[in-house]
Design a protein around this ligand. Structure first.
Ligand code: SAM
Length: 262
């Protein structure tokens, strides 16, 4: 059995410093107080003041700390030790307390014993899960009785598209897939060696895995915009800073959000 987690961690450790110095993450503005959260999740998650919040696959913690700035008692989890070290450093530097745990998400119940009011995950999370059913079990395990799970994520429909917007992949082909493409989403020309293992999940997989855990789906929303240049050369930023397709004749879902409760 391949050690998917170790291979992916290695890649994310290499990507962390590249992302941290990128325009997309814009750490300098963040340090001066700018939130890294998008309007979509700010609006849909609502008031977090005084609530415990678990941020899954938090990278180097900008969103975790942005929720903490809004008053949440926030905990971030990520498999990359380099990301977690940077998250802790950022927390000290900006003077916003948050807890950061370095763990494979699939092993989290072994290292964390707490229930949360809000479980949050965003933008580029599901493709790193080797087992969506186990993920849903973990969400249910950490969710408090009146808590909510909220995810805003790249729409699975876009899994079938190549970066030049051609039909490239099979929607129902689960993986693991090897991704050995060049660069990273903050800089497609970045010199980053190695490859990753990814998995695709359909909307059905995502929704049913939560339903099978007994969770209630409150809503699923689909959006025609995203937060990064997913199809380079074919996208532009709208007035709200969201990336949309230049060709207005093409109407496809780029993001979805979902809220589930116990
Ligand atoms: C695209 S980023 C998360 C998106 C986040 N919203 C952001 O942009 O900061 C994906 C993160 O998932 C983490 N990751 C990948 N596989 C993981 C796993 N099995 N358990 C925990 N974290 C994992 C990576 O280290 C990386 O930091």
């Amino acid at each position: 059995m391949k050690n998917y987690a170790a291979i992916n961690r290695d890649w994310w450790n290499k990507a962390t410093p590249i992302h941290a110095s990128s325009k997309l993450y814009d750490l300098e503005k963040f340090k001066k107080g700018k939130t890294s959260l998008q309007a979509t999740e700010i609006q849909e998650v609502g008031n977090v003041r005084g609530k415990t919040l678990l941020h899954l696959l938090c990278h180097f913690g900008m969103d975790t700390l942005s929720w903490a700035r809004r008053g949440a008692d926030a905990t971030g989890v990520d498999i990359s030790d380099r990301s977690i070290r940077l998250a802790r450093k950022l927390s000290r530097e900006i003077g916003i307390p948050a807890k950061f745990i370095c763990s494979d998400i699939h092993d989290l119940p072994k290292v964390l014993d707490k229930k949360f009011d809000i479980i949050f995950a965003s933008y580029g999370v599901l493709l790193w899960l080797s087992n969506i059913k186990k993920f849903a079990k973990i969400v249910n395990h950490f969710l408090s009785e009146k808590g909510m799970f909220y995810i805003v994520e790249l729409h699975p429909f876009t899994n079938i598209l190549s970066c030049d917007l051609k039909i490239d992949y099979k929607y129902f082909q689960k993986g693991p897939h090897i991704d050995d493409s060049n660069g990273t989403y903050t800089d497609w020309s970045a010199d980053i060696k190695g490859f990753t293992y990814n998995w695709n999940y359909t909307l059905e997989d995502i929704i049913n895995s939560l339903i099978n855990e007994g969770l209630k789906i409150e809503y699923i929303h689909e959006f025609p915009y995203t937060m990064y240049d997913q199809f380079p050369g074919l996208m532009e930023k709208n007035k709200k800073g969201q990336y949309v397709l230049k060709d207005k004749k093409i109407q496809i879902p780029l993001l979805f959000s979902l809220k589930a409760t116990k």
